[in-house]
Design a protein around this ligand. Structure first.
Ligand code: GTP
Ligand code: MG
Ligand code: ZN
Length: 316
């Protein structure tokens, strides 16, 4: 039998069957240890094969090849990769200027990953109801940076139904992954999207202006308008995974038109003479914040070579 993984809860999984029911599955013993480079062999959005297994409910026996996925490394545990979700049509990055403050380096890491796996990304600037003038200006400047390089940006307040109409339309018939730091409003958005849905939402701690990690398991939820939305636990740090130093600049779309003009073919745009990318940054044609993100990823996470291959799929 075949189905779609809707929810992962440690060792058990909710799987949506082709006939529309949800069954509880565990993993066949082998699969737990086979795929060692990621912490999670089966993720939300996976297409799986499963079978009844009395006295337990069902067991998952194989995962179908993934169309795409969002993968990260947590910096503290940098040898382990975590796949957040698979087989999506688009990712919404929820960004807040304050409560909590989302940094551009965080946004750029998710964008780079989405580019690498060919997933369309939208930037959702939320909580415009709470920003002061300075914060609104900061938001507008940041939106301009991303709009200039072709990312769709939208500013909303989830407290104001009118501002979310366009966003809700964008989700129709699509599989949408919500990504963002804890407290940016992912679960609140789902409660707006699905009448009667009552997902737990957190509070922002007074002391640190941070979310309280309300959502603890990823879950894919069917939408009444068609499609699915994936709620994820907030992440504090998103580290890019398995992108090499050499290929990194390809995933900064605004660098493409300059890269070909670098003096050296092997230019990595760090300090090489005749680098057209650095020149474009100096002349203001590439945003400094984007270049700083590039440098940070290049120095901290980008690998010398590939470790986790795209086809390194778990199979029993
Ligand atoms: N003022 C204001 N508060 C908002 C808005 N959107 C969400 N919030 C509040 O922000 C807090 C956190 O929202 P959640 O939806 O729990 O955030 P989350 O992204 O799901 O957080 P985690 O599950 O911890 O990752 C809640 O108290 C929401 O009511 C908004 O547009 N304006
Ligand atoms: Mg949540
Ligand atoms: Zn260069």
């Amino acid at each position: 039998m075949q189905g779609t993984v809707l929810k992962t809860m440690g060792q058990t999984y909710n799987v949506l069957t082709e006939s529309g029911e949800v069954v509880l599955c565990t993993l066949k013993g082998l699969m737990r240890t086979k795929n060692v480079s990621t912490t999670n062999p089966v993720v939300v959005g996976d297409q799986v094969e499963f079978m009844p297994s009395p006295p337990d409910d069902h067991v998952i026996s194989a995962v179908k090849p993934r169309k795409n996925y969002i993968i990260r490394q947590s910096k503290k545990l940098s040898k382990q990769y975590q796949i957040i979700a698979a087989n999506m049509d688009q990712v919404f990055i929820l960004v807040t200027i304050s409560q909590p403050k989302t940094h551009n380096t965080f946004i750029d890491r998710i964008l780079t990953t989405a580019e690498a796996y060919g997933i369309e990304a939208h930037l959702i600037f939320n909580k415009i109801d709470i920003y002061d003038e300075e914060e609104l200006e900061d938001m507008q400047e940041r939106m301009a940076v991303y709009e200039n390089i072709g990312y769709h940006c939208i500013a909303i307040s989830l407290l104001d139904d009118k501002s979310t109409v366009e966003l809700i339309q964008l989700c129709k018939d699509k599989v949408t992954l919500l990504c963002g730091m804890s407290g940016t409003g992912k679960s609140t958005f789902i409660n707006r999207l699905i009448p009667g849905m009552n997902r737990k939402v957190g509070v922002i701690s007074d002391a640190h202006q941070k979310g309280t990690h309300m959502t603890t398991f990823s879950e894919m939820i069917p939408l009444p308008i068609g499609g699915f939305i994936i709620d994820t636990p907030g992440i504090q740090e998103f580290g890019i995974a398995d992108i090499t130093k050499y290929e990194l600049s390809q995933y900064f779309r605004e660098m493409n038109e300059y890269r070909a003009n670098c003096k050296f073919n092997s230019c990595m745009h760090i300090n090489e003479p005749g680098c057209a990318v650095i020149k474009a940054v100096e002349e203001g044609n590439i945003a400094m914040s984007r270049y700083e993100s590039y440098l940070s990823m290049f120095l901290n996470e980008a690998s010398e070579e590939k470790r986790y291959k795209k086809n390194d799929k778990p199979h029993s």
